[in-house]
Write a protein that binds this ligand. Structure first.
Ligand SMILES: NC(=O)c1ccc[n+]([C@@H]2O[C@H](COP(=O)([O-])OP(=O)(O)OC[C@H]3O[C@@H](n4cnc5c(N)ncnc54)[C@H](O)[C@@H]3O)[C@@H](O)[C@H]2O)c1
Length: 248
């Protein structure tokens, strides 16, 4: 059976590890060719994607560098073709509460987590218009509603990304491009383990309705849905994958 994304081309920023790597693998398993932009090499992701039989391209790119991301968009078109699906996943977490966070840390967080999706979306807009059914999927965080003080710059940036998602959906609908966010609760990745401790995971599970730790595949399932034709009429929304810890 053909996958839901057969014939599509997807870009995943920050796809060399963690949630981005799993999104790249999942979209490939549903039929999409994959391009990854990351500051780190994406050899492991290449293996996972090529195992599915799909094409793969990656480059070392800092998404907060306008020239670099525009050059990447040109190379992706040359290597794979025009992109249908853009997943803005790359982000940094610089932990410090408001008393201690430096202006440089605040600005670096916004440069990667907000300017990055802005610049990447701009660079790939011509591709997405050409697609005729483009998708932008921003990876945000359900800790927007719950995070403790040390996440001040990270959560403020995710709030900006939520706003960007909403207003971009309004602007790009005329091109049949949908723009949505996946707001994930705590996910077990190397980054989450580095930035927290085991008690954080236990506490998260306690507050969830679903009593297990979230894995990257819980996020990639929502992304694959939003990328597919099944979600053609969904735009300007946040899908929350957090086991029900932020019920509405
Ligand atoms: N892990 C969690 O608990 C969790 C929860 C909610 C949301 N998220 C979000 O999910 C996404 C992925 O998180 P993760 O846990 O997999 O993190 P991670 O640190 O494992 O992965 C982030 C990736 O982005 C890349 N990256 C960082 N800065 C970059 C830059 N300037 N240019 C290009 N690439 C860059 C890193 O090299 C890395 O490969 C992030 O947007 C994060 O905010 C994570």
């Amino acid at each position: 059976m053909a996958g839901r994304l057969t014939g599509k081309i997807a870009v995943v920023t920050g796809g060399s590890r963690g949630i981005g790597q799993e999104i790249a693998r999942r979209l490939a398993s549903e039929g999409a060719d994959i391009a990854v932009a990351d500051v780190d090499p994406a050899d492991e992701t290449r293996t996972l994607v090529e195992e599915t039989g799909r094409r793969f391209f990656s480059d070392k790119v800092d998404i907060s560098d306008e020239d670099a991301i525009h050059g990447f968009a040109v190379r992706v078109r040359d290597e794979l073709g025009p992109v249908d699906i853009l997943v803005n996943n790359a982000a940094v977490v610089l932990l410090a509460d408001f008393d201690h966070v430096t202006y440089d840390e605040w600005r670096r967080t916004f440069a990667v987590n907000v300017d990055g999706p802005f610049l990447t979306s701009k660079a790939f807009l011509p591709h997405l218009k050409e697609s005729g059914s483009g998708r932008i999927i921003n990876i945000t965080s359900s800790s927007y509603w719950t995070a403790p003080p040390p996440f001040v710059s990270y959560i403020s940036a995710k709030g900006a990304l939520n706003g960007f998602t909403s207003v971009l959906a309004a602007g790009l609908g005329a091109h049949n491009i949908t723009v949505n966010g996946v707001a994930a609760g705590l996910v077990r990745t190397a980054a989450a383990v580095e930035n927290t401790d085991e008690s954080f995971f236990a506490q998260a599970v306690q507050g969830q309705n679903i009593k297990r730790v979230q894995m990257p595949s819980d996020v990639s399932g929502a992304v694959a849905f939003l990328a597919s034709d099944d979600a053609a009429f969904i735009t300007g929304q946040l899908i929350v994958t957090d086991g029900g810890s932020t019920r509405r």
